[in-house]
Design a protein. Structure first.
Length: 95
């Protein structure tokens, strides 16, 4: 058994407050966890509202599986655009 660990740093330049960031991070962590069946957490820059740093951990059978999981995460091309669109929708509904 092997442990895969990754650190993912994302730019959330459109995020204006820490409250908005918490909403985005919570949604992002849930989606990653559900889609990839991995453990995820915000691991750094919690007090910087325009930066999101996520730690990923997964138990895999061997190095080949670890490489495959890492490639799946990298090729997923998840961006904050989906979350930006959600925030715009939430703001427009609240206005």
């Amino acid at each position: 058994m092997k442990v895969l660990t990754l650190e993912i740093k994302l730019d959330g330049s459109w995020i204006q407050t820490l409250k908005e960031k918490r909403m985005v991070v919570k949604s992002l962590l849930g989606k990653l966890s559900n889609q990839f069946k991995i453990s995820v957490a915000e691991i750094d820059a919690q007090d910087v509202h325009k930066t999101i740093v996520i730690g990923v951990a997964a138990i895999v059978e061997n190095n080949k599986k670890a490489d495959q999981m890492e490639e799946r995460l990298r090729s997923n091309k998840f961006t904050l655009q989906d979350f930006y669109d959600q925030m715009v929708q939430l703001k427009s509904m609240g206005s």
